[in-house]
Design a protein around this ligand. Structure first.
Ligand SMILES: Cc1cc2nc3c(=O)[nH]c(=O)nc-3n(C[C@H](O)[C@H](O)[C@H](O)COP(=O)(O)O)c2cc1C
Length: 193
């Protein structure tokens, strides 16, 4: 039996609200993934980026099937992963698309460069990674994209953006101790969502 698709529906049905409420306690690093070329570009904020393997350097990201960035990622076979700094909650908000901006319009207000395969990379990202799309796995509402890392550029920055319980938090290292800096950052996400 394929373990990935075995029947796990026995027992109590877990409601979407119950699951969402539980998972909001899991702190997630915030990145903007980008795809496309030239003016045919888009991007979206994600917390689902995860390192899959070190050799070869491979990562995964889970993308909603309805996300407008997905067709570009599939068409061009590549994507960028821009790991955000603690000061970039505004960029994270813009790339949720909540202000109505789509496609290339989302990139206004921040500085971008072009990486391999033409993917947009954020100039002052904490880390900017270019991936070649290796495989996609369609499961439920999402597509899991496996990306082979072909290039990465890490900055000297020491502050990361996290999302936890409906708020953005800047995490930075002070005297060798990691702590959240200054409490929750301004955000349009209500903490009771
Ligand atoms: C903190 C945060 C993390 C998110 N993580 C993901 C994610 O991992 N995968 C995903 O598909 N959508 C995620 N989203 C939602 C997408 O950012 C949003 O649905 C997307 O940008 C909408 O894109 P569209 O308007 O281009 O379709 C996240 C949103 C927020 C605020």
């Amino acid at each position: 039996m394929n373990l990935a698709v075995r029947d796990i529906s026995r027992g109590r049905e877990i409601g979407s609200g119950e699951f969402r409420n539980a998972m909001r306690h899991l702190a997630g690093g915030v990145s903007v993934i980008t795809a496309g070329r030239g003016d045919d570009i888009s991007g979206m904020t994600v917390t689902s980026v995860a390192s899959l393997a070190i050799e070869p350097a491979t990562l995964t990201v889970a993308i909603n099937r309805k996300a407008s960035t997905l067709p570009l990622l599939l068409r061009y076979g590549a994507f960028g992963v821009n790991i955000l700094t603690g000061g970039q909650a505004g960029i994270a908000e813009r790339f949720t698309g909540k202000d109505g901006h789509k496609g290339a319009a989302r990139f206004a207000g921040s500085s971008w460069t072009t990486g391999a395969f033409g993917v947009p990379l954020l100039k002052d990202a904490l880390v900017a990674i270019t991936c070649e799309l290796e495989e996609t796995i369609e499961r439920h509402s999402h597509v899991i994209a496996l990306g082979r890392v072909v290039h990465l550029a890490a900055s000297e920055g020491d502050s990361s953006l996290a999302y936890w319980r409906g708020d953005y938090l800047a995490i930075e290292r002070i005297s060798g101790i990691s702590r959240t800096a200054g409490g929750p950052l301004p955000t349009v996400h209500a903490s009771d969502e």
